[in-house]
Ligand binder design. Sequence first.
Ligand SMILES: NC(=O)c1ccc[n+]([C@@H]2O[C@H](COP(=O)([O-])OP(=O)(O)OC[C@H]3O[C@@H](n4cnc5c(N)ncnc54)[C@H](O)[C@@H]3O)[C@@H](O)[C@H]2O)c1
Length: 337
Amino acid sequence: MNTLNVALIGAGRMARTHANVLGHVGYVSIQTVCDAAAENAAALAEFFGAHATTSLDEVLHDDGITAVIITTPTATHADLISKVAHSGKHIFVEKPVAHTLEAADHAVQAVEAAGVQCQVGFQRRYDPSYLEAKRKIERGELGTLEGFRGLSRDAFLPPVEFLKTSGGLMVDMGIHDLDSARYFVGEVEEVYCIGAVHAEPELRDYGLFDSAVATLRFANGALGTIESGLRTAYGYEVRAEILGDGGRLHLERDSRYHLRQYGKVGGFYERPADFEAYFHEAYAAEIRTFANNVHQGKPVTPNAADARESLRLALATQHSLETGTIVKVSTFGEVHP
Ligand SMILES: NC(=O)c1ccc[n+]([C@@H]2O[C@H](COP(=O)([O-])OP(=O)(O)OC[C@H]3O[C@@H](n4cnc5c(N)ncnc54)[C@H](O)[C@@H]3O)[C@@H](O)[C@H]2O)c1
């Protein structure tokens, strides 16, 4: 089997998650690690015996590299996607595909013009329970779809400095649930979102929220809700529910291990501490599937154009949160460029 030579652009937290999986795929070789911070590139490169650089051009001009994993901050994604696509390399990029719809359009156009593959990191679509739920829906086991609920709560509030540049609660975090809503039920026609600040009063100074609830009206007539929160007293939590006239699917991993302890004061079990623990299998499956598909010349999913629609929905929801208005999703980018 030919070796698939890979470069990483960005050497932070998500880069380590993906590299730790790719490093165990026999036909993958991590050749280069590129990061704006030389020490981050060097630390990750050393672990995989790869070359470390701060020069993007070195990656772009290296004809031996077939695929690039982009895990830099969101506002850099679209420009990097365009440059990597022009260099003819396949791309895996973390969510969201871009920070604005305009930037996403440039990225999608660059990918399509270059004829390269570009997968966006919505790892939930690779979680075994999400895949099984999707198959059940496609087999008609739920009948006509009538509702969706998605809920994500982080265990700890991220630093305010990060939140100021994250694009907002719905663009950074709610987008996972909004993508799941599209994946399971279909396109959303209308959204209304309200928010609150519970965890950190300083967020108000920047017009930010740490808690929000959105209601969705889908194009097929189904209704939905999305809840996002940035801290809990009990750890990381994700739930999803899909309702049809023939039944209901409930997705939730409440325990990290299949071990529960019971004593005089009740039961105890360890919950997943964070998103990496919760979606451990999903992260591994998404990046392995990406490598396998580009290695075999097959299309990837979700691609940049699909991820653009999840970004549109997230931006529309964020706009509703900030303005208190009901937002029509299908024309959002055109009405509010
Ligand atoms: N799929 C998920 O569940 C999930 C979870 C967390 C983060 N993310 C996404 O992953 C991305 C990165 O998040 P992270 O937590 O790994 O961030 P991080 O801060 O840990 O790492 C980002 C790295 O990129 C480097 N960098 C910044 N600008 C650069 C540039 N122009 N060129 C090269 N390197 C650059 C930084 O020095 C840093 O090492 C974000 O877009 C975020 O939304 C996705």
